[in-house]
Design a protein around this ligand. Structure first.
Ligand SMILES: Cc1cc2nc3c(=O)[nH]c(=O)nc-3n(C[C@H](O)[C@H](O)[C@H](O)COP(=O)(O)OP(=O)(O)OC[C@H]3O[C@@H](n4cnc5c(N)ncnc54)[C@H](O)[C@@H]3O)c2cc1C
Length: 371
C-alpha cells in the first residue's frame, strides 16, 4: 500500500521481499479468504501504549477507501459477521489487486531479496546477499514475529534498535490459550465443542464464540482476550451471557436437584460442556445463597491459562516500535529523517476481524503519501 501511494505520486519505489512471492500472510489470512477490513473500524479496536497514535492514519485511510479499491477491481466480497469483510472467492484476489496497483504505479518488486543489513551514509543502503539498494528514504514493513514458518523474523525490531529507537516488548496477540493440566484433563477431550461466551480480563470483554482445543481454549472470544492477557492473571468466562440458569428454581414447584440444573444449563451450553462443567461446579447445597453463588460462577468462571500457543499460532505480534518515535501523520521516525515504520512492526495491534489489515493499509498509505 505504501509503495502504491508513493509510486502514484511519482516516486521511484522498490519493494524488497525476502520470500519468493509477495503477501504470503495475505494468502493465509481469514482462512484463505482474507478478512481485509472491518466496517466498524474505530481506534478502540487497537491496542497500543498510545491509544491515540493510530487515529490520524485510520481517519485518513478508512475502510471505505479500501472497499473502493476492492470494488474498482471488481472483487466480490461479503460481510461475514460484525462488520468483517471477506473475499467471496479467495485471498488471491486481494494480493492480485495490490500487485496490479503496484504495476500501474511503476513500482519495482524484488523477490528472494532478504535484507540483512542497513547502513546509513548520506542515504540508506539496504544490503541483500547479492544486491545493494540505495535511497534517501527507507520504509520498514517487515511485520512481526508471528508464524515463523512463513518467514517472520525480528529484523524490523533489530533495525529499530540499530537506529536507537525504543521498542515496546513484543508478545503474541490473538493466540490460543493453554489450560493448566488439571483443567485440560477435565475439558480438553471435548476438543471441537464451542459456545458463545463473554471472555473478560484487564477491563476488556468480548462476546463471541469460544472453542475447546486439545490443549486449551481458542475461538474468537479467546483469541481477542489473549491480546490483553498477562501471565498469571485469570480470565473470566461468562458461560451464559444474558441468561439466568437458576431462574427456574424461583418457582417453588421446581425440584431443586442436579438433573434439573443440568437441564437448565444444557439450554445455554452444548450438552457435553454443560455436564462436564457441572461435574466440577455443582452447588454445595440447594439453598438460595448456594444457588446464587452457582449463578455467579456460571457468569464469571475463572480460568488460569498457563500460557498462549505463542508466535507459532499467534495471528499478530503486539508491542513493537514505540509510537513515541514516530509521526502519527507520516510514520516517519523523528530521530532519523527518511526512516519510516509501518504495519505490524509498530506498537499498534488490531482486534480480530480485519483490523490488522486496516492498520497495515492505513499506516502504509500515510507513509506512502508522505514520501
Ligand atoms: C494465520 C493468519 C491469519 C490472519 N488473518 C488476518 C485477517 O483475516 N485479517 C486481518 O486484518 N489480519 C489478519 N492477520 C494479520 C495480518 O496478516 C498482519 O497483521 C498483516 O499481514 C501485517 O502486515 P505487514 O505488512 O505489517 O507485515 P507482513 O504481512 O508480515 O509482511 C512483512 C513482509 O516483510 C518480509 N520481510 C521480513 N523481513 C524481511 C527482510 N529482512 N528482508 C526482506 N523482506 C522481509 C516478509 O517476508 C513479509 O512478506 C492474520 C495473520 C495470520 C498469521
Amino acid at each position: 500500500m505504501c509503495a502504491i501511494e508513493a509510486g502514484k505520486s511519482g516516486r521511484r519505489v522498490a519493494v524488497l521481499e525476502h520470500a519468493d512471492r509477495l503477501g504470503k500472510k495475505i494468502l493465509i489470512s481469514g482462512g484463505g479468504r482474507c478478512n481485509f477490513t472491518n466496517l466498524h473500524c474505530q481506534p478502540e479496536n487497537f491496542l497500543s501504549s498510545n491509544p491515540h497514535f493510530a487515529k490520524s492514519a485510520l481517519t485518513r485511510y478508512s475502510p471505505q477507501d479500501f472497499i473502493a479499491l476492492v470494488e474498482k477491481h471488481g472483487i466480490p466480497y461479503h460481510e461475514k459477521t460484525l462488520g468483517q469483510l471477506f473475499c467471496d472467492r479467495s485471498a488471491r484476489d486481494i494480493l492480485g489487486m495490490l500487485e496490479d496497483e503496484c504495476q500501474h504505479a511503476g513500482v519495482s518488486i524484488f523477490l528472494n531479496t532478504k535484507i540483512q543489513q542497513v547502513e546509513r551514509t548520506r542515504e540508506f543502503v539496504a544490503i541483500a546477499t547479492n544486491a545493494k539498494f540505495r535511497a534517501d528514504a527507507l520504509v520498514v514493513a517487515t511485520g512481526g514475529l508471528s508464524i515463523p514458518k512463513i518467514g517472520a523474523t525480528a529484523f524490523g525490531y533489530d533495525l529499530a534498535r540499530q537506529f536507537g529507537l525504543a521498542i515496546r516488548d513484543p508478545w503474541p496477540g490473538l493466540a490460543p490459550l493453554i489450560l493448566s493440566q488439571e483443567d485440560c484433563c477435565r475439558y480438553c477431550n471435548l476438543a471441537g465443542v464451542s459456545a458463545e461466551v463473554i471472555a473478560s480480563c484487564n477491563g476488556q470483554q468480548f462476546r463471541e464464540k469460544m472453542l475447546i482445543t486439545h490443549r486449551g481454549l481458542s475461538g474468537p472470544a479467546i483469541l481477542q482476550i489473549s491480546s490483553y492477557w498477562k501471565q498469571s492473571q485469570p480470565i473470566l468466562i461468562d458461560l451464559a451471557p444474558g441468561s439466568e440458569v437458576t431462574a427456574a428454581f424461583r418457582d417453588s414447584k421446581t425440584s431443586r436437584n442436579l438433573s434439573t440444573l443440568r437441564a437448565e444449563l444444557r439450554k445455554v451450553l452444548p450438552q457435553r460442556l454443560a455436564d462436564r462443567w457441572l461435574d466440577a461446579h455443582a452447588p454445595t447445597s440447594w439453598t438460595n445463597p448456594a444457588l446464587a453463588e452457582m449463578e455467579k460462577q456460571v457468569h464469571a468462571w475463572p480460568i488460569a491459562p498457563t500460557g498462549t500457543e505463542g508466535y507459532e499460532k499467534a495471528e499478530v505480534t503486539a508491542g513493537g516500535v514505540d509510537t513515541n518515535e514516530l509521526s502519527a501523520k507520516t510514520m516517519e521516525t523523528s530521530k532519523i529523517p527518511g526512516l519510516f515504520f509501518i504495519g505490524e512492526v509498530v506498537d499498534v495491534t488490531g482486534h480480530l476481524g480485519g483490523f490488522n489489515f486496516q492498520w497495515a493499509w492505513a499506516s502504509g498509505a500515510a507513509a506512502g503519501r508522505a514520501l
